[in-house]
Ligand binder design. Structure first.
Ligand SMILES: Nc1ncnc2c1ncn2[C@@H]1O[C@H](COP(=O)(O)OP(=O)(O)OP(=O)(O)O)[C@@H](O)[C@H]1O
Ligand SMILES: O=C(O)c1ccc[n+]([C@@H]2O[C@H](COP(=O)([O-])O)[C@@H](O)[C@H]2O)c1
Length: 222
């Protein structure tokens, strides 16, 4: 087989693969603002539901997609099986504008920077907003290519009990201080050109997956 033919077949395989990935993904059209809440969801709980509803309202989002992670790259211990976490998350989060997905299984990405790059390639013209609790902002500078994430998408941060100070003093908050949108303007977040991030001070939920696991209400392999 000549090099030209082999390259054509490779390209076709590649196109078929990305078509298959596209079929496994939720629908969004250009111009929509989609919030992405990535997490281990091991298990999903009322705190996730609460911040999702707050984000929909306060960040002016059209939809939120939960990205149930194959595994947080910074966590040593693996979470419960994907099918189990997905099923539970779908039972917990029942809202017409929220979809619970395993997108990273289909894109084959684990690091958030790579996931966002893949999603922007798959959804041209869609505005993505990365959502996270304040605890994650505090350690955001440990994520792979975290500055690249800030340059790529808007970031919406939601208050979490006991983490406000650490979030405010975090490397990310300090480094991108000039790109902070005041909470009163939070609805504009999704349509701003990154870097742009916003912290919303909302009524808080103290629910946590760690607490649920420690109480023995969720077992990894059952
Ligand atoms: N009660 C909460 N308030 C605000 N943000 C939350 C809350 N619970 C989870 N989040 C956020 O939701 C995202 C996914 O969280 P995750 O699935 O890790 O749940 P968790 O309760 O933090 O889990 P764990 O205790 O295992 O670390 C993260 O951005 C996290 O900050
Ligand atoms: O990309 C990274 O380096 C990175 C490091 C830590 C966490 N994340 C992502 O942050 C989200 C929250 O993770 P978790 O385990 O705290 O629920 C989830 O989508 C992870 O993939 C991403």
């Amino acid at each position: 087989m000549g090099p030209l033919l082999s390259a054509t077949i490779d390209n076709r395989n590649c196109a078929q693969q990305s078509e298959a990935v596209r079929h496994s993904l939720p629908y969004a059209r250009a111009g929509q603002v989609i919030g992405l809440l990535g997490g281990s969801f091991d298990p999903a709980h009322e705190g996730h539901v609460h911040i999702t509803k707050m984000a929909l309202k306060r960040f002016g989002l059209d939809r939120v997609w939960w990205l149930v992670s194959p595994g947080n790259p910074l966590k040593q211990a693996g979470p419960a099986k994907m099918e189990k976490r997905l099923a539970h998350a779908r039972a917990v989060m029942d809202h017409p504008r929220v979809q619970v997905t395993d997108i990273e299984t289909h894109t084959g990405t684990r690091y958030t920077a790579a996931t966002l790059e893949a999603l922007q390639r798959l959804y041209p013209g869609v505005h993505f907003v990365w959502l996270m609790g304040a605890d994650n902002l505090a350690q955001f500078h440990r994520w792979q290519d975290w500055q690249g994430i800030m340059e790529r998408v808007a970031v919406g941060v939601i208050a979490r009990p006991g983490t406000r100070g650490a979030a405010r003093n975090s490397v990310a908050a300090q480094t991108f201080g000039a790109a902070k949108l005041p909470g009163r303007a939070s609805r504009l977040l999704g349509r701003r050109t990154p870097p742009c991030w916003c912290f919303i001070n909302v009524p808080m939920s103290d629910a946590s997956s760690t607490r649920i696991r420690q109480a023995g209400e969720w077992k990894a392999d059952t």
